[in-house]
Design a binder for this molecule. Structure first.
Ligand SMILES: N[C@@H](CCC(=O)N[C@@H](CS)C(=O)NCC(=O)O)C(=O)O
Length: 225
């Protein structure tokens, strides 16, 4: 890769955090850079030059300007050869990545909910109750140590670890999902992930208070809301 991949988003997690983990996990892309937009003007200029559907995140890699977070994850998975080997495994991995994306909706919406306790009780916990037992069952049924029954880890394991940590940051209790926790533990020990989590590229989770308010203000300024 001639120049490092660059990810453009806001100063926070949102739809970009899965992409950051996917970049971090692969040695070829772990030295990525990022641009956190601060102004409406910067967004409008970027929108006109680079955003195919007028939306962030934007991943610039291999001479491409990729948008749509799911497409970015898929590209990185395929590039790092962690998308599943062969059509059947690739479909299993893709299904799991999409399911984890559904399960993760509570993370994306979290900073924007005015009452965190209500959001936790009415939106986050029902999502967790729906998805984590299914993901745990899948991990238990797998004949390997990884979610999708693959001999090596895949993008689904990386995204599962990321979503689990995000919910734990909100104070959701997930310790009973023991297989999910095992996968999370192994992903967190991966070199690129360890470096990323301790680096300046990693934003704090906008749990509440100043960090949350600053993130919401950043998004609203950039999107002109
Ligand atoms: N499905 C898209 C959704 C992207 C999206 O909604 N991005 C927001 C920021 S998180 C955005 O750019 N909104 C501006 C707009 O839709 O005009 C993805 O996963 O990337």
């Amino acid at each position: 890769m001639s120049s490092p991949a660059n990810l453009t988003y806001f100063r926070g997690w949102g739809l970009a955090e899965q992409i950051r983990w996917m970049l971090a996990v692969a040695p070829e892309t772990s030295s990525f850079t990022q641009t956190a937009l601060e102004t409406r003007e910067a967004f409008l200029s970027l929108r006109d030059s680079s955003l195919q559907y007028n939306q962030l995140p934007l991943l610039e890699i291999d001479g491409l300007k990729l948008v749509q977070s799911g497409a970015c994850v898929r590209y990185l998975a395929s590039r790092a050869k962690i998308a599943g080997n062969g059509p059947a495994a690739a479909a299993r991995v893709d299904m799991a990545c999409c399911a984890i994306g559904d399960a993760r909706l509570g993370v994306v919406k979290w900073p924007f909910s005015p009452d965190k306790r209500v959001h936790l009780d009415t939106f986050v916990q029902p999502l967790v109750n729906k998805w984590f037992p299914l993901l745990e069952d899948q991990a238990v049924a797998s004949s390997t140590s990884w979610l999708c029954d693959t001999p090596e880890f895949t993008a689904a394991d990386v995204l599962l670890a990321e979503a689990t940590i995000a919910y734990e940051e909100m104070g959701v209790e997930l310790s009973t999902y023991t297989k999910v926790q095992e996968i999370k533990g192994r992903v967190m020990k991966m070199d690129g992930i360890k470096v990323y989590l301790e680096s300046e590229l990693r934003f704090p989770f906008p749990r509440e208070g100043d960090i949350c308010d600053a993130y919401v203000a950043n998004v609203n300024t950039v999107l002109g809301r």
